[in-house]
Design a protein around this ligand. Structure first.
Ligand code: IVH
Length: 673
């Protein structure tokens, strides 16, 4: 009896796995849903009655029962690289030339062209044929373990197809791919979220990436995650070509996008890029371009990688997607400095992964130049993450009665007459008390790059301003006196007020440079603030400095120095600073003694984009360790830290013989401390 139950269980598992493969990988179902459900239920029942026979790899075990409390880090066996980008035929020819320059002349080169899926990348490790770990990309070296969540994707084999005949040693390998959500599924998901009052996802990519990091795999299992695999890596096996690997992946049981082409020349690659771009609209998922890869693995190895991108592959980015919609109205938004900028209120339209109902119009000059009028049909464009913009007007469809748009005369928030400074395109509201400016100043002050007061965002600020608790940034530090009243405000409770007040207290520890930035002095951004606080050790010193003295500082020009002088000559600002001082904010730079380390006393330049942190964050780390950051490379530079797509600074550093660190070398030095 026991033996036959076990046999039946194994038989059911094999059958279900076979049907899953046909349905999810080949897109070619072999039985009806009803028949499939019967098999699945029978297996569940037998496993329930015989729990000792359950194995991790049974199809019933895709959804975990426990919450993942945290996602342990996972060291990738092979670094997860990123791709260089190309945007034109010329750049593709350049790529081809670089490939040829690095291979001997008699090498025949083939390229594979694939879609670049716009999702989130994952790496799956299989040991002895079993799915061991699934991890996010992370910084490319270390990712987060999300095995439970990836197992819910039915196309992912929990065990590879052992019957696939191949000559490779596949006892230990990694496969890489892109997790994504199809456009229609994404729309449905957001509709559902809207009904349930949950925050909407900005686009399919965010919804896929967000889902991958959910703690509850039962929720993940409800989400329509899909996965395409595009890479197979192993230290044991000597693979031949990328296209053969794609075939092999499919034989092993993985889902591979069949829309790829092997090309014999760069001209053919260019033709295929064009064809793939034309076909893009009919795809059920978002793509942001194609990836072009050298087919021969031997050649890939010769070509190697530079910085964090392989020399043997590049991405060809498609043009931004465009769409036509109606411009219902032009509204004006008032920023914290009083600058008033136009916003296009559009008839909602779905474009490049999200519904768009607003677009930037930059300034009134742009409206005039493009003769944009309310009621016009307009062409809008969105590239990647960028805010959509209006490209042009569909002139033929303009209504006869439409009138040229006229510049606003008064502030939409407070009615103050607007003015336009000489040589500026923007209009300004110069009422310091304008509610929009008050809110803007408070938001800037509390934001992450400034005082970093967690929880004090736009909506809470609106609420406190409307209840008259906040007017100046100093009022933030008085909120604790009204604790009992605040708790009673609708939506807020004791816990959230306690957390907020704690975050406010914590912000008092922000360094002088952040406090100076938080004040919102015109032209004094985060970098200028740092620069100023490195040269003036306290606010008193800075406020007394002459314009000439400020101008002496490297990279500080007249508009900044004038603005600083103007700020400190205003009595209200002086009063505000005194008030903030009384609350204990840092208005002087503490000289911190740093122990000897690799960075101390050396001069660094940062260039290109880093994967694990922003350049600003890297600069802050180096500063905190006693190193100095300069913006340009000279012979006095000790090290250039070159991220992805480093350009002229890298070339200059090379020509001056300045030592160069890539990101992982930089991180290694950081880790040694
Ligand atoms: S190849 C060295 N192929 O694009 C090879 N990547 O910057 C690197 N992506 O995060 C990846 N579709 O997740 C490759 N067909 C494809 C891809 C693809 C999407 C993503 C990948 C990575 C990014 C590359």
């Amino acid at each position: 009896m026991f033996d036959s139950v076990e046999n039946r269980i194994n038989q059911l598992r094999d059958e279900i796995i076979k049907h899953d493969y046909s349905y999810y990988v080949l897109n070619d179902p072999t039985i009806s849903d009803y028949q499939y459900d019967l098999l699945f239920k029978e297996l569940e029942k037998l496993e329930f009655e015989n729990p000792h026979l359950i194995t991790d790899f049974s199809p019933t075990q895709r959804v975990g029962k426990d919450l993942t409390k945290n996602f342990p880090s996972h060291q990738h066996q092979f670094q997860m690289l990123s791709l260089s980008n190309t945007y034109s035929e010329e750049e593709l020819y350049d790529f081809d030339r670089r490939v040829k320059d690095n291979l001997s002349a008699d090498e025949k080169i083939e390229y594979v062209v694939e879609y670049k899926i716009d999702g989130a990348s994952v790496s799956l490790t299989y040991l002895n044929g079993n799915l061991q770990v699934a991890a996010t990309r992370g910084d490319g070296i270390t990712g987060e373990t999300v095995t439970q969540n990836i197992k819910t994707i039915k196309s992912v084999p929990l065990q590879i197809n052992k019957l696939s005949n191949n000559n490779y040693d596949l006892t230990n390998f990694e496969v890489r791919g892109e997790v994504y959500i199809e456009i229609e599924d994404f729309k449905k998901l957001n509709q559902q979220r809207e009904i349930e009052g949950e925050k909407l996802f900005a686009n399919p990519r965010n919804s896929a990436a967000g889902t991958m990091k959910l703690q509850d795999s039962q929720v993940v299992a409800q989400r329509p995650l899909k996965l395409f695999l595009y890479s197979l890596l192993s230290r044991q096996a000597q693979f031949n070509t990328h296209s053969e690997n794609l075939e092999l992946l499919r034989l092993l049981g993985f889902r591979v996008n069949q829309d790829y082409k092997v090309c014999k020349s760069i001209n053919e690659v260019i033709e295929i890029c064009k064809e793939f771009e034309r076909k893009r609209e009919s795809l059920p998922f978002e793509v942001d371009g194609v990836v072009i890869k050298v087919n021969s693995i031997k050649q890939q190895n010769i070509l190697g990688t530079i910085a964090k991108s392989p020399r043997w592959a590049t991405a060809f980015k498609f043009k931004a997607k465009q769409s036509v919609t109606k411009l219902n109205k032009i509204t004006w938004q008032v920023g914290r400095t009083g600058a008033v900028s136009p916003v296009a209120e559009l008839e909602p339209v779905f474009l490049a992964g999200s519904t768009i109902s607003r677009a930037t119009l930059h300034n009134f000059d742009e409206i005039k130049r493009k003769d944009i009028r309310e009621g016009d049909k307009v062409v809008i464009e969105k590239g990647g993450d960028v805010i959509p913009k209006i490209i042009s007007v569909v002139a033929e469809e303009r209504e006869k009665k439409s009138k040229e748009y006229e510049a606003p005369l008064a502030c939409p928030e407070c009615g103050t007459k607007l003015f336009q400074p000489e040589n500026e395109v923007a209009f300004y509201c110069d009422n310091f008390e304008c509610p929009a400016q008050i809110r803007g100043r408070l938001e800037h002050f509390a934001s992450r790059g400034s005082m970093d007061i967690e929880g004090l965002g736009e909506s809470l600020i609106d609420l406190f301003v409307s209840h008259n608790y906040l007017k100046t940034v100093a009022d933030i530090y008085k909120l604790k006196n009204f604790k009992n009243e605040l708790i009673k405000i609708e939506r807020l409770g004791k816990k959230s007020i306690d957390n907020l007040l704690e975050a406010i207290e914590k912000s008092k520890a922000q360094p002088f440079s952040k406090v100076l930035f938080a004040l919102g002095i015109r032209y004094v951004g985060a970098t200028v603030s740092k620069n100023l606080t490195e040269n003036f050790s306290s606010i008193d010193e800075l406020s007394k400095a002459t314009e000439e003295k400020i101008l002496e500082i490297h990279e500080i020009g007249p508009s900044i120095s004038k603005s600083v002088i103007k700020y400190f000559s205003d009595e209200n600002n002086k009063k505000l600073i005194e008030e903030l001082k009384s609350f204990g904010l840092n208005f002087s730079a503490k000289k911190i003694l740093v122990e000897d380390n690799f960075f101390k006393g050396k001069s660094f330049v940062l260039t290109g984009s880093l994967e694990t942190m922003t350049r600003e964050e890297a600069g802050e780390k180096i500063n905190s360790l006693g190193g100095k950051i300069s913006s340009s490379v000279s012979k006095n530079t000790d090290y250039l830290i070159a991220g992805e797509a480093a350009g002229s600074k890298l070339a200059k550093a090379q020509s001056l013989g300045v030592k160069i660190l890539n990101e992982s070398e930089f991180i290694t030095h950081l880790k040694k401390i």
